[in-house]
Design a protein around this ligand. Structure first.
Ligand code: SF4
Length: 556
């Protein structure tokens, strides 16, 4: 039997940089990144010879790796795996997450609560709040130990809410003091007689937050899913976030019911994951670990295709689903009828959007999907920023090479950048392609684009562009987004951005990785204190007519 890639015997997950060779800083063309990633060789284990990824983002054994990560001397801001676990395992309807951490590590939970409620509403589930407790550690706990605080918090949570399972997440602080989560979880599981799952997601464990998806899914597959599954041949797992349920109508013609995981799922929905006929996802960055674990341990096949976005991606994805569930006889008719159905509106949208230039800035494989959607609308895309890059996904299935699929099906991108939501690079990266709009997730970047005069489409509902209808939905929404160009142009004239002229004049946004010694050079032109801040007071301009008729006409 082949060696399993995922090890459920241990409670902690290997980080993405160790498993996949993930990088967070890179700049070049999309085709160069495809070439350097060597997806097929990594998928067959010829580059991933085992061992830890080296500092260049390559793996130790096997052939020489060509993927060289740029080493930035600092990180302006980022998320962490602990926060990702909060917005995954803290978004279950009848389980509880206990964060074994100081309260500062829970700072994003108010935002996650809002996302949870919006997601529940989209799926037609009763609205409730997130199910997260914090042990709220103080200095004394760091010195004298925090185990009793954790025991008390878990017991209180169990008594007050009667959850079906309790997850405990590690933070940097509790990792530093060496809390033995495995032993504590085992002890509490015996006492409370429900699954108590340790989750190792301390922020410093991994340089990219997406390791938090893997840590959450590892705990679920290891301790929650049914270990004696009864097959449900009409059930398909979809690893998703909070998006609208567009998968059900898309898969209904194949006679499939959808089992969404992880956000907004109940304990019983997670438990039946091992019983499904197949596992798929809207985003391999998100779903690859869980799909591979279910495939390797429970024989649930994962869909060996890119993602269901854009015409080519949706065609390939539907064919792969049909193959996995034995519906190959009807799939070509279904696809042809869908092409015919959307064709008239798609042609209209292409005429309206001709000559428009777009830019995509989202998580890794989701960006590949978004670019294919807007290119199907006839929009030019020359640049993109992804927040990290996985040169291979966990299963190593060749048809899941989403970046390769994008380049082969719709062409290269001259400027393809890996940058972990670094605001200071965003300005220069947008300037070199000068787009008419950007599609963005992680909305903290959208205000900067707005200040540069570029309207943003914050893709809050990640399923919005899904499938054939998603192309039409996206095109129609973009007409509305482009109508805001005038507003953004006015905004640009009246705001200033907080970077020096020296930095704004740099052509290479990774110059600090190549020449970190620049940071030590004394030079007043590099400090924002030298700038004259009084020169640009905010006042209305007679030209700032937001309802200019020519602007309306252009995008009507
Ligand atoms: S990086 Fe560490 S300290 Fe910061 S929020 Fe994440 S777990 Fe907490």
């Amino acid at each position: 039997m082949a060696r399993k890639k995922i090890n459920l015997k241990i409670s902690s997950v290997d980080t993405r940089e160790m498993r996949l060779g993930t990088i967070t800083s890179w700049d070049g063309s999309a085709s160069e990144l495809v070439d350097a990633s060597r997806y097929e060789a990594r998928g067959r284990g010829r580059v991933t010879g085992g061992g830890e990824a080296d500092r260049e983002g390559c793996h130790g054994g096997g052939k020489v790796c060509r993927l060289r990560e740029l080493k930035m001397p600092f990180n302006q801001q980022t998320m962490c795996s602990h926060a990702i676990v909060a917005c995954q395992l803290g978004n279950l309807t009848d389980c509880i997450l206990v964060e074994h951490a100081p309260i500062g590590c829970s700072a994003s939970n108010a935002r996650f609560n809002q996302g949870f409620k919006i997601g529940l509403a989209r799926r037609g589930k009763p609205i409730q709040s997130i199910q997260i407790f914090s042990t709220n550690l103080k200095e004394n706990d760091m010195v004298f130990g925090a185990s009793d605080r954790l025991r008390q918090t878990v017991r209180d949570a169990n008594e007050r809410f009667g959850p079906k399972a309790i997850f405990i997440s590690m933070s940097c602080s509790t990792a530093i003091i060496g809390e033995d989560l495995d032993s504590l979880a085992q002890e509490l599981e015996t006492e409370l007689k429900i699954p108590v799952v340790p989750v190792y997601c301390e922020g410093f464990r991994s340089k990219h937050w997406s390791t938090g998806f893997d840590a959450s899914q590892h705990g679920i597959v290891r301790q929650i899913v049914n270990k004696n599954p009864k097959k449900q041949n009409d059930l398909i797992n979809i690893v998703a976030l909070w998006g609208t349920d567009y998968f059900t109508p898309m898969l209904a013609p194949l006679g499939l019911r959808v089992n969404y995981m992880v956000d907004m799922a109940s304990f019983s929905e997670l438990r039946q994951a091992s019983e499904a006929a197949a596992t798929a996802t809207f985003c391999h960055t998100l779903g690859s670990y869980m799909a591979t674990a279910l495939e390797e341990y429970y024989g649930v096949p994962q869909i060996d295709a890119p993602q269901p976005f854009g015409i080519a991606g949706t065609d390939d994805w539907l064919r792969a689903v049909a193959k996995a569930v034995g519906k190959e006889d009807i799939i070509d008719d279904y696809i042809e009828s869908e092409h015919r159905r959307i064709s008239p509106r798609l042609e209209e949208l292409r005429k309206i959007l001709k000559g428009v230039k777009g830019f995509v800035s989202t998580g890794s494989s989701y960006a590949h999907a978004m670019i294919s959607v807007i290119r199907d609308l006839g929009i030019e895309v020359e640049g993109s920023i992804v927040f990290h890059h996985d040169p291979v996904y966990d299963a190593g299935h060749e048809n899941q090479d989403t970046l390769g699929h994008l380049v082969r099906n719709s062409g290269d991108l001259a400027h393809f950048t890996v940058s972990q939501t670094q605001q200071f690079q965003f300005h220069g990266l947008l300037k070199r392609v000068n787009p008419d709009f950007i599609i963005i997730r992680h909305n903290g970047l959208a205000p900067l684009a707005a200040k540069l005069g570029i309207p943003s489409f914050p893709m809050g509902d990640e399923h919005f562009p899904l499938g054939y209808d998603g192309i039409i939905r996206t095109g129609e929404a973009l007409i509305g987004i482009l109508a805001k160009k005038k507003f953004n142009a006015v905004l640009k004239r009246h705001v200033e951005i907080p970077y020096t002229d020296w930095w704004l004049s740099q052509e290479d946004q990774f110059i600090l990785a190549k020449h970190p010694e620049i940071l030590d050079e004394p030079d007043e032109t590099k400090t924002p204190l030298g700038a004259d801040r009084s020169a640009n007071p905010i006042q209305m301009d007679p030209d700032d007519n937001l309802s200019a008729p020519e602007e309306k006409l252009r995008y009507a």
